[in-house]
Design a protein around this ligand. Structure first.
Ligand SMILES: NC(=O)c1ccc[n+]([C@@H]2O[C@H](COP(=O)([O-])OP(=O)(O)OC[C@H]3O[C@@H](n4cnc5c(N)ncnc54)[C@H](OP(=O)(O)O)[C@@H]3O)[C@@H](O)[C@H]2O)c1
Length: 278
C-alpha cells in the first residue's frame, strides 16, 4: 500500500500515452505505464531510470480481457489503490464505409471503444470502494465533429464522448470524476499506426482519389501538429485541479474548430469541411 497517488496510462509506448506517463511520474504519481508490446518499453524505461521517477511498466492489451484483468489485479496488489486512469490506447482507421470490411470496423471499435470500456470496468470497483478517482478518456476533436472518409474512427470517438458523459452521472455519487480530452492534430506515431481500408487503397475504388487527398491532408496536419507533451500537460492540470471540467480541447486547431462548430449551422460547417478537404 502506498501513500502516493497511483495512475495508470494505457498505450504508453508512444505519443500521448508516453508523454503522459512520464509527466505524471515526474509529478510524483506512482505511474503504471502500460503497453501491449513490452519490446517497446526501452525508451520510456530508460528515461524513468535516468530521472529516477516512480514509473512501472506493465503489459496491457486493451483488446484482451485476461491481459486487462491481470494488469489491474497486479497494480491493485502492488499499489493498493488506483487514483487516475488515462484511457489513451487507440488508433485511426480511414476509408469509405462502402470499402471498409466489417472486420476492419470491428477491430477499430474493439480497441477505441470496447478496450476503453474493458479497462474502465476493471478499475471501477477499486475506485468506487475508495470513493475517489478520476477517469480521463482520450477522445478527439473528431469526437465532436466529423471529417470525410473516417466514419469508423469518428464513430468510436463520438461513442467515447457519449459514454463518458453518461458515466460521469453514474459515478458522481461515488466521488469518481470523468474528464474527456479532445486533441486536435498531435504529432505522434498516429499517422504510421493508422490503418487504411484495404479496398480504399486500390485505384479501382470509386473513393480512391478522395482517399489520396485525405491522406495527404492528414499527413501534413499531423506533421505540423501540437506536441504530445502539451496533451500530457492538459491531463496533469485536469487531474490536479479540485473541480476539473468535463471536457478539454488541446491545440489551437481543436479550439478553433470547436468554436466554429458552435457558431455555424450544420450546413455552414459542412461547407467549411468540404472546402478544407477539396
Ligand atoms: N495524434 C493525434 O492527432 C490524435 C488526435 C486526437 C486523438 N488522438 C488519440 O490519442 C490517443 C493516442 O494516440 P497517439 O496520437 O499518441 O498515437 P500513437 O503514438 O500511435 O499511440 C497510440 C498508442 O496506443 C497503443 N495501442 C494501440 N492498440 C492498443 C491495444 N490494443 N492495447 C494497448 N495499447 C494499444 C499503441 O501501442 P503500439 O505501440 O503497440 O501500437 C500506442 O502506444 C488515441 O486514442 C488517439 O485516437 C490522437
Amino acid at each position: 500500500m502506498t501513500d502516493q497517488k497511483v495512475a495508470i496510462v494505457t498505450g504508453s509506448s508512444s505519443g500521448i500515452g508516453y508523454e503522459t506517463a512520464l509527466l505524471l511520474a515526474r509529478n510524483g504519481f506512482r505511474t503504471y505505464a502500460t503497453m501491449r508490446n513490452l519490446e517497446k518499453a526501452k525508451a520510456i524505461s530508460d528515461v524513468a531510470k535516468r530521472e529516477n521517477i516512480p514509473l512501472h511498466i506493465i503489459k496491457l492489451d486493451v483488446t484482451d480481457e485476461k491481459s486487462v484483468n491481470d494488469a489491474i489485479k497486479t497494480i491493485k496488489s502492488d499499489a493498493g489503490r488506483i487514483d487516475v486512469l488515462v484511457n489513451n490506447a487507440g488508433y485511426g482507421l480511414t476509408g469509405s464505409l462502402e470499402d471498409l470490411s466489417m472486420s476492419e470496423i470491428k477491430a477499430q471499435y474493439e480497441t477505441n471503444v470496447f478496450g476503453l470500456i474493458r479497462v474502465t470496468q476493471a478499475v471501477l470497483p477499486i475506485m468506487r470502494e475508495q470513493k475517489s478517482g478520476i477517469i480521463v478518456n482520450i477522445s478527439s476533436i473528431g469526437g465532436k465533429m466529423a471529417m470525410p472518409l473516417s466514419s469508423p474512427y469518428i464513430g468510436t470517438k463520438f461513442a467515447v464522448e457519449g459514454l463518458s458523459e453518461s458515466i460521469a452521472y453514474d459515478l458522481e455519487p461515488f466521488g469518481i470524476k470523468v474528464v474527456i480530452i479532445e486533441p486536435g492534430a498531435i504529432k505522434t506515431n498516429f499517422d504510421t499506426g493508422m490503418i487504411i481500408a484495404q479496398k480504399s487503397q486500390n485505384p479501382s475504388s470509386p473513393y480512391y482519389k478522395g482517399m489520396q487527398k485525405l491522406q495527404s491532408s492528414l499527413n501534413s496536419m499531423l506533421k505540423n501538429g501540437t506536441p504530445p507533451a502539451k496533451v500530457a500537460e492538459v491531463i496533469l492540470n485536469a487531474i490536479t485541479t479540485p473541480n476539473p471540467n468535463l471536457r478539454y480541447t488541446v491545440g489551437e486547431d481543436a479550439a478553433l474548430l470547436a468554436q466554429k462548430r458552435k457558431e455555424l449551422s450544420d450546413s455552414e460547417f459542412q461547407k467549411l469541411v468540404f472546402e478544407f478537404f477539396k
